[in-house]
Design a protein around this ligand. Sequence first.
Ligand code: G4F
Length: 331
Amino acid sequence: MKRAFITGITGQDGSYLAEHLLDLGYEVHGLVRRVALEDPERRFFRIKHLLDRIKLHPASLESYSSIFHVLTREKFDECYHLAAQSFVAESFNDGFSTMNINVNGTHHMLAALHELQPECKFYFAGSSEMFGKVRDVPQNETTPFHPRSPYGISKVAGFELTRNYREAYGMFCVSGLLFNHEGPRRGFEFVTRKISSTVARINLGLASELRLGNLEAKRDWGHAADYVRAMHLMLQQPEADDYVVATGETHSVREFCELAFAEVGLNYEKYVKLDEKLYRPAEVDMLVGDAGKARRVLGWQPTYSFVDLIKEMVRKDVEALTETPLGVSAR
Ligand code: G4F
């Protein structure tokens, strides 16, 4: 039985990945902060249904010794390093914490694995934010990086660290350059979930408006459940390499709003209000990925369309508020 270690297991991607690996017969372990163990109801809501099938280890990404300690006790075949400060807007407020967790945290993981288990395969959660002010359209594995936020810069540094451990020590270290990936488990701070959850509240008369920043920003949005399959496939290849994971379609925040409101029969223009405070100091205007290499080499492709994704997110948010499936008596 293969043994996998997931940092960020309590997050959206970590929870989908843990489910996927359990389905494949893996023994799944996760790194969690000690405070999370003290507040399981709130911190483990995405992995509640998995808790009796996974093993959690308290440690902190900021502490090399805590990671070292876990890796001296347990041996793993694969390590998926997903934990990060992943909210781009927050990285402008506190770039120092973002750098510390995202860069040093990645370095700590790589250094501890190199020291204790260099044969363990390593996956780094790279991001399309690394492309930032894009130089090519669509973006692929050869597109130069031009990050536009402390978050994007931290991911470029993590990517370079990962490549360097591969080249310097011959370790099996790969980066997935994942474009935006969403779903009903997405955090409420990200625009897609902010929209789907507010649409549900407006539909039920619990809110009257949705305040947003830049409606014209365009993203390549896929479903997280599809994207975790690509992470796993990357670690099953004979050679370590980096891959773009994307749908190849780009849509604006405005289009997302239009379809999400339409899902409950409402016109977004009546409810969406622009809020200057939600604009970012430097924006990534447009992202669209070319996942041709992932398709060819990994045999990966997404199963959710943009419309399927929005329908599922809105439906689940309405159901969570009414506990009634949408279409039965949601209003
Ligand atoms: O949903 P977002 O916050 O995601 P963003 O910045 O694209 O980053 C996400 O995807 C990356 C992959 O490319 C990940 F690496 C990263 O960790 C994260 O998961 O914002 C999307 C767009 C932005 O252009 C933003 O300016 O939506 C725009 N937006 C407009 N109004 C808003 C809002 N974003 C948020 N979060 N909240 C708003 O009210």
